[in-house]
Design a protein around this ligand. Structure first.
Ligand code: G3I
Length: 317
């Protein structure tokens, strides 16, 4: 059986993948991407980000994002929106920081409500705030925090809620998959937001892992956040290795993928799993981590790796 089909049959909402616009000209790639039984959910890897959607102040551009939304809809795939507010891939007019608190507040409100509003009714969940913390649990010192303190989070969440009341609103983060200061800081933010009645529906666990280093407390962490009354999801899964890959490394990767998927399957509030693209041909890893790669369940020739079977086993088959 195929991955989304398996996930659905086990009561999950979706198994999905990220994709990106340049890849869509690859017809062999499209043939697998477009299979709604394999991938029931799509995340645009880049084209909904601030630099792509509002490159100049007040000038919105939907070409790339619309292409992926239309593709997913044609394939019967649900969508995760990624993302509204993030320190990275910001156009320089935002990151320059030449704004007062009042000005930046309305800039965030306008960006989030226009972006989320453009796709109102078409997006299952939005990563409204992406990666707000440093690994030590302190707040990331970006233009948003530096200008507005922690209030930028609620400003963005409230704007998103007004723009699409039915979309699930997430904070998405990495290195919260194990107990530590960053997970603690995020958990406390969830509690604070809830105590202030700020809309928040979910926490995204990115899960960009290193071979052999999948946190053994991943399922516990998912449950800990779920116990706060939010849903959780695995949003950007990949498992990288030092190249070249060998049969032994690919077997370890199979086990690692299985364990990550099983962690989500073991938590009722974990609604779905997304891999951060499905083929090594288009993975972000080699260009960011020199000498590393082979992080996806399909190889560069679009052939399934042992990791694929690991996922299927994790999904209960
Ligand atoms: O758009 C420019 C293009 O004009 C230029 O010619 C080209 C030359 O390098 O760069 C293009 O921009 C690249 C962009 O992807 C679009 O392809 C950037 O260099 C490149 O850094 C950027 O990488 C993306 C990365 O986020 C940036 O932080 C990856 O594709 C994307 O997969 C990755 O995704 C992030 C999530 O959003 C958040 N979590 C971590 C995850 C992995 O880093």
């Amino acid at each position: 059986a195929k991955l989304h089909q398996l996930a659905k049959s086990q009561g999950k909402l979706y198994f999905g993948t990220a994709t990106d616009n340049p890849e869509l000209t690859d017809t062999a790639y499209d043939a697998i991407l477009d299979d709604g039984m394999m991938f029931g959910q799509i995340t645009p890897g880049n084209s909904m980000k601030w630099d792509a959607t509002e490159p100049e102040q007040g000038v919105f551009s939907w070409t790339g994002a619309d292409q992926i939304v239309n593709l997913a809809q044609q394939n019967g795939q649900i969508l995760r929106g990624h993302n509204c507010v993030w320190y990275n891939q910001l156009p320089s007019w935002v990151s320059s920081g030449n704004f007062t608190a009042a000005q930046l507040t309305s800039i965030i409100q306008n960006h989030c409500s226009t972006l989320v509003g453009h796709y109102q009714g078409q997006i299952y969940s939005w990563d409204v705030v992406n990666e707000p913390f440093n690994d030590d649990g302190t707040w990331r010192q970006d233009v948003f925090y530096d200008t507005l303190g922690t209030s930028y989070v609620s400003i963005a969440l409230k704007a998103a809620r007004s723009a699409d009341p039915n979309a699930k609103l997430y904070i998405n983060e990495y290195n919260i998959e194990y107990a530590g200061p960053k997970a603690t800081a995020l958990l406390s933010l969830v509690q604070t937001l809830q105590s202030q009645s700020v809309p928040l529906d979910g926490i995204g666990f990115q899960c960009h892992f290193i071979l052999g280093e999948v946190p053994t407390d991943l399922q516990t962490q998912l449950s800990t956040f779920a116990a706060q009354g939010v849903e959780v999801a695995i949003t950007e899964l990949d498992i990288r290795m030092t190249l070249p890959s060998t049969p032994a490394l690919l077997q370890q990767q199979k086990t690692d993928y299985q364990n990550v998927i099983a962690a989500c399957m073991g938590v009722e509030a974990c609604v779905g799993m997304t891999i951060w693209d499905w083929t090594d041909k288009y993975s972000w890893v080699p260009s960011t981590f020199s000498g590393q790669g082979a992080a996806c369940p399909w190889d560069e020739n679009l052939v399934r790796k042992p990791a694929y079977d690991g996922i299927a086993i994790g999904l209960g088959n």
